[in-house]
Design a protein around this ligand. Structure first.
Ligand SMILES: Nc1ncnc2c1ncn2[C@@H]1O[C@H](COP(=O)(O)OP(=O)(O)OP(=O)(O)O)[C@@H](O)[C@H]1O
Ligand code: NI
Length: 264
């Protein structure tokens, strides 16, 4: 039997029209010919420099690109093509986003109702407490407004919001800044559990160590496209890295002496 990917992104391109001068518009291609596939049970990390198009990929999948963006290529979800309307319909249910910025929390809504999407039933409340417990948040966090949270707490609330229900596809855009190593590890373990239950996780991160420890495969982004994709274990050992940029990333990791080659 052929395995059907949870997510298949083929030849994705995203470009922006911007004014160059007063009357002339020009197109800037932020993502071009990008491919990535996620099978059930897999965690795929996307690593790459700032501005390489990682968040745009997440937003393209979720159908929430900025108004001045146009998109080409194909995105399919569980074997069917995914339109932005469908993505928005599934968002928060089957497809969840852990956004990069904590500013995605609703500032006017207390944490508890926000996590439960206003559900008031007992099982939802119990689930909230369970997830708080898992992420080391006190039960009283329920009654706080986002402005009353520390950065690390807000980050944990964002993650809790995304994974409270059983999603099929988790897109986590830099989920760990502000978390200490133990908390980050707990989040990664949770992602692994979610994947073990059959979901797919797209983990966007700057942190290559974290990607190696957590992911099955690592896709390296550069200037809006995938330079190469390697098994996490091959990356850890510096094996099968073809592209000079990928090799440079590997060498720059603390475990490999942090040598940054000239010209990178
Ligand atoms: N609304 C927009 N209009 C024009 N260009 C944009 C817009 N949004 C993003 N871009 C450009 O697209 C490119 C990719 O941005 P993106 O946010 O995906 O990067 P990223 O890899 O997530 O970076 P970071 O690691 O800093 O989060 C950047 O060069 C950015 O300037
Ligand atoms: Ni980003």
């Amino acid at each position: 039997m052929e395995r059907i990917p949870v997510l298949n992104v083929e030849n994705l391109s995203v470009s922006f029209s911007q004014y160059a001068g007063v009357l002339r518009k020009k197109q800037i291609e932020a993502i071009k010919d990008l491919n990535v596939t996620l099978y059930p049970g897999e965690i795929v990390a996307v690593a790459g420099a700032s501005g390489s198009g990682k968040s745009l990929l997440a937003h393209a999948i979720l159908g929430i690109l900025p108004y001045n963006a146009s998109m080409g290529g194909r995105i399919s979800y569980c074997g069917n093509s995914l339109t932005s309307a469908q993505a928005q319909e599934l968002r928060g249910k089957e497809i969840v986003l852990v956004p990069q910025s904590v500013s995605y929390l609703d500032p006017l809504m207390k944490v508890g109702p926000q996590i439960r999407k206003n559900a008031k039933d007992k099982p939802s409340r119990e689930k909230t407490l369970e997830i708080f417990n898992r992420y080391g948040l006190a039960a009283e966090t329920e009654n706080l407004y986002p402005f009353e949270l520390s950065g690390g707490m807000a980050r944990r609330v964002l993650i809790s919001t995304a994974v409270l229900e059983k999603p099929k596809l988790v897109i986590a855009d830099e989920p760990t800044p502000g978390l200490d190593a133990a908390a980050a590890k707990r989040v990664m373990e949770h992602f692994r559990e979610i994947a073990d239950e059959g979901a797919a996780v797209l983990l966007i991160t700057h942190d290559l160590e974290l990607a190696i420890e957590t992911a099955d495969r690592i896709a390296i982004f550069y200037a809006g496209t995938t330079l190469e994709e390697v098994q996490a274990s091959d990356f850890a050992e510096g094996l099968k890295l073809h592209h000079p940029y990928t090799r440079a990333l590997w060498q720059a990791m603390p475990r490999n002496g942090m040598q940054v080659p000239k010209g990178i």
